[in-house]
Each structure stands twice: as C-alpha cells, then as structure tokens.
Design a protein around this ligand. Structure first.
Ligand code: TNX
Length: 531
C-alpha cells in the first residue's frame, strides 16, 4: 500500500479539491458509469488496520466552527466526545464545543451516536467521513472510543501536539466499518523488577489506548518488590516495596493511587488485571514477614535478576491466610473478573506442593468472586475451565489448557516478550528467548501459533514487558515502540491479507505522530519511517 500524499498536511486540501473537481469533470463528460473508473484514493494508514475501510474522494476539514454533537444522552457518548475534544483542542486551538445534537444542522460537525444493530459488534463502530460531516456510530461507549482513536489517526500527526499548530486539519473521506477479532488485546507491565510511578503508567495507558489495547496486566509483586498496599500486611510495601533491581528506592502504589490508575484505565476502556506472582517469585513477601517462611527466618531483600529461588511455605496455615487476605483486598480493588496469581517458574516448590497450592489458590480466588488467571504452568494443577492460562513458552501446557476447557491468552516469548532485544546492538533488554525484530513481533498469528490451540480457545494476544533492565518510562517506550502496535494489530485486525510489507508502511507513518508526542521509540532500520 502506498502512503497517500494527502497525508502531508500542506498539500492535502489542494490535492483533494483537484481530485474532487476531476471526478465532477469526468462524470459530466462521460456519465457516472465511466467516471467510476477513476482510481479510488489510497487508504489512509491506520493501526490496527480496520476490518473494512474504503477511501472516497473528498475530505472533512476542521475549522474554528467545528462542533462535536451528541446524538443522545446515552452513557458513554459524552465521554467519547470529551476524549475527542481533548485531543483536538490543544493542537488546533479551536474551541470544539460539545453539545446535544437536538435539531442542530449536521454540517461542520462530528456527530457521535449510540446505535442499535448487531452488525456493529460489542466493541465495533462505523465511521463515515464526508466533506460536510463526520458521523461516528457504535453500540457501546467502547465502540465510540475506538472510533475516536481511528479518527485521530486520520488527522495529521500534529494533532497530537499540546500546543497550537498551523494545520490545516483535514480528514480524508472514508467509510470505516470495524470491530475487533479478539476480545483480549493485552499489554503487561512489570512494575515489580523496577517500579513505575502512577504518571508513568498513565503515559503507557495513553499510548496503548491509541492502538485499541483493552487489557493492562500489572505484574505487581515479584522477588525484587511488592508494589500494592495490602492493609492487613503493611510491611509488604513499606519494606518489601523499598527497593528494586539494582538497589534503587523502589516504591509502591497506595490504594488511592491504584484506584486512580484503575479509573484512568477505565476511561481509556482498558481493564486492569492485577498479578501477584505465587508461590515462586515471592522473595519480597518472604523478606517482609518471617512467618511466611518454612524455617521462620526472613531472607534479605533481593535486587538481582535470578528467577526460581523463592517459594511460599506450602504446609503452613498462615500461607493461606496471607493469600486469602491479599486476594480479598485485591478483589475489592478490581472491577474486572480476573485475579492473576502468576504460578510461573516455581522451581523451588516441589511439584506436589505446587499442585496443592494452586488448587487452594483457585478456591480462594473464586470465594472472592473472581476467576483465576495464571501463567500456563497452572495447567499442571486441578484448574477449572473458568480459569485462564497465559501461554508463554510450553506448547504442551497450552494444549493441556485447551483439554481442560480453559481459555488462553497468547504471549509466546519469542514473539510477544517485548523486553527481548531487537538485535545484538539493543542497549536494553534480555535475549534468552532470542532477538525479536519489529517484523518478528508482527509476523505470526495467535490462532495458528501452537498446534492444538484453536482460535475458539484464545482470548487474544498480550505483550509482556518485563523490567529487569528497564528503569523508567523512556526505557519502556523504547522497547514497546514500535513492537507493541504490531501485537495490538494482531489482536484487533482480521488475519486475511496481512503482510509485513504492507504493515511496515503504515507503521512508518506513525513515526511523525510519535515525534510530536515525544515517544522514545526505536527507529528500527527495517521500518520506512516518514519524516
Ligand atoms: C520469564 S515468563 C519470566 C519472568 C522474567 C522474564 C524475562 C515468565 C512467566 N516469567 O520472570 O522477568 O522471563 O524475560
């Protein structure tokens, strides 16, 4: 696919007026049947690729008079309109009022509507951009929000600026009909190995939301740190959260801060899935409370990067009181249905003990009204079909999940572990699963990745970002961009017709947008970046 020259803001109006005039002229001379032979305009570059997008001649131009009209007072319409206005106002400098549609004329307006119609899908939307108006329809607030993200990418990159830019602010005329392939389009952030502040996580949420990601899995506890306040066990955070890999000061979220994060994610239609990794990866908890250790002796805090050396004490009653308290408090903070209890790499827990522990953990999670989620190793226990397995390495464990009737989230390390280096020269990241180029991360399909794991068992893909080597949000951005949008596309867009050759063009078109947003992305030489 070629990138339309009309994307370059300066030439846009002239280009398309000329094209519009040519269509009128040709139709007048030859009649409508012949005029339709005029090649259609190229499709604009949107990630994730919409299920269907047809470019048509013409464009919509934002002006100081542009308004956003609310088709109804249905819940979510105003929120989506406000989200759009907040994108448009700073860069255009236009007032962009949001008002009830009532009997107002539709010209010069962007109208948002909740519409019936199962063809729109639960999260789908229709976006019709024509010279006088933009009409966005969806069945749900989420659908409208996703339509806003598409409209945003149809505008010039400078729309992302937080200061007034010259424009012009044109949107190519298109008809988009879109809905996601998978219900789960996830990203995971490890805030345990290094701690990331509320503002840093919000920034990641902002960037994820642009690509229609709808799950943020937070890895909240590991050997190196415990990051979420639990009232009954205060030392988990005051002591267990006091450091991180490398010995830095660490940190943790108070309940109020965590609630703020959940709320922010919800505004961006992102569900937070909290993970407390157990029974391994628990040194921070074991260091905080000696009674959780079989020998009653607390180990020192740990700031290295080894895995697999710690375990909760499976035979002690207090272990299950601890798990119950943690899960109860976590469940109370979690609007979504899932509590992720890790379960990976429990190399210091004998297998029989591991099974005993996961069985009991599952009972505790369901007693608090939630579903257990865990890394695929949990399939070795008596897990129920309502628990969710996260595939990362072992295809046979993924198949066991299918045999048990469980659903899976697909995070194969070789493809989705975006903490892997791009290549040997990448200054950050690990390489145990190999190097993962931008193409590698894109060039696979969740439904055909593991033999015996069919599409109907798959909730969707998720890209974990482990943070052993990542100290701040700049590091996170460097590893996630440009690979994360590719995983988001695998989660959202239809598989038919997918090709790296085509995708790399659309990816290259994101560069100017990330420049405006000061995203610290890796300018991989395999991508044809636009300036
Ligand atoms: C494996 S995969 C881990 C993490 C590490 C990561 C580093 C999995 C479930 N566990 O503990 O942080 O590799 O890439």
């Amino acid at each position: 696919m070629t990138i339309p020259s009309s994307i370059s803001a300066g030439r846009r109006t002239i280009g398309s007026v000329a094209l519009g005039a040519a269509v009128v002229l040709v139709s007048a001379l030859l009649g409508p049947g012949v005029a339709s032979a005029t090649p259609p305009p190229p499709e604009p570059a949107v990630i994730p690729a919409p299920a269907s997008m047809t470019a048509v001649p013409g464009e919509f131009a934002l002006t100081p008079a542009t308004r956003i009209l609310l088709g109804s007072d249905a819940p979510g319409v105003k929120a989506a309109a406000d989200a759009l206005a907040e994108i448009l106002r700073p860069s255009t400098g236009y007032p962009v009022p949001v008002a009830a549609a009532g009997d107002q004329p539709a010209t010069q307006s962007i109208k948002l509507q909740i519409a019936d119609g199962s063809e729109l899908g639960e999260e789908g939307y229709r976006l019709d951009v024509s010279p006088g108006t933009v009409l966005l329809r969806a069945r749900t607030a989420a659908g409208l929000f996703y339509g806003v993200q598409t409209l945003r990418q149809l505008l010039p990159a400078e729309v992302e600026s937080d200061s007034v830019q010259p424009g012009p602010w044109t949107v190519p005329a298109v008809h988009v009909s879109d809905e996601p392939r998978f219900a789960w389009r996830g990203a995971m952030l490890d805030v345990a190995r290094h701690f990331f502040s509320v503002d840093e996580v919000k920034r990641y949420i902002d960037l994820l939301a642009m690509y229609k990601v709808n799950v943020l899995h937070l890895h909240l506890a590991d050997d190196q740190g415990w990051r979420i306040e639990i009232d009954g066990w205060p030392r988990l955070t005051t002591y267990g959260g006091s450091t991180e890999v490398g010995g830095g000061p660490g940190g943790y979220y108070t309940k109020a801060e965590y609630a703020e994060l959940i709320d922010y994610a919800q505004q961006n239609h992102i569900m937070v899935v909290p993970e407390i990794d157990m029974p391994g990866h628990t040194n921070a908890a074991l260091a905080s409370y000696p009674e959780l250790n079989c020998d009653g002796v607390a180990p020192p805090l740990y700031t290295g990067t080894r895995v697999g050396f710690s375990s909760l004490c499976i035979d002690k009653q207090i272990t299950y009181e601890f798990v119950d308290d943690v899960v109860r408090e976590l469940a109370a903070m979690t609007p979504g249905p899932y509590i992720h209890l890790g379960g990976d790499e429990a190399h210091s827990t004998p297998h029989e003990d591991y099974v005993t522990f996961v069985n009991r953990a599952q009972e505790i999670v369901s007693a608090h009204g939630k579903q257990l989620m865990g890394w695929e190793e949990i399939t070795g226990a008596n897990v129920s079909s309502s628990s969710v397995a996260q595939h990362w390495w072992d295809d046979s464990e993924a198949r066991t999940a299918v045999e048990k009737g469980m659903k899976l989230v697909m995070s194969p390390a070789e493809k989705t572990y975006i903490d892997m280096k791009y290549d040997a020269s990448t200054p950050l990241g690990l390489s145990w699963a190999g190097y993962t180029s931008v193409e590698d991360a894109y060039d696979w399909d969740p439904a055909s990745w593991a033999a015996g794991v069919p599409e109907e068992s798959i909730l969707g893909p998720e890209a974990p970002l482990w943070s052993e080597t990542l100290e701040n949000i700049d590091d996170v951005e460097f590893m996630a961009f440009p690979r994360m949008p590719g995983i988001a596309e695998l989660g959202w867009s239809p598989a038919e017709g997918r090709s790296w050759d085509e995708y790399q063009q659309r990816l290259g078109a994101q560069g100017p947008r990330w420049d405006v947003m000061s995203v610290n992305y890796y300018r991989a030489s395999e991508v044809p970046w636009q300036d």
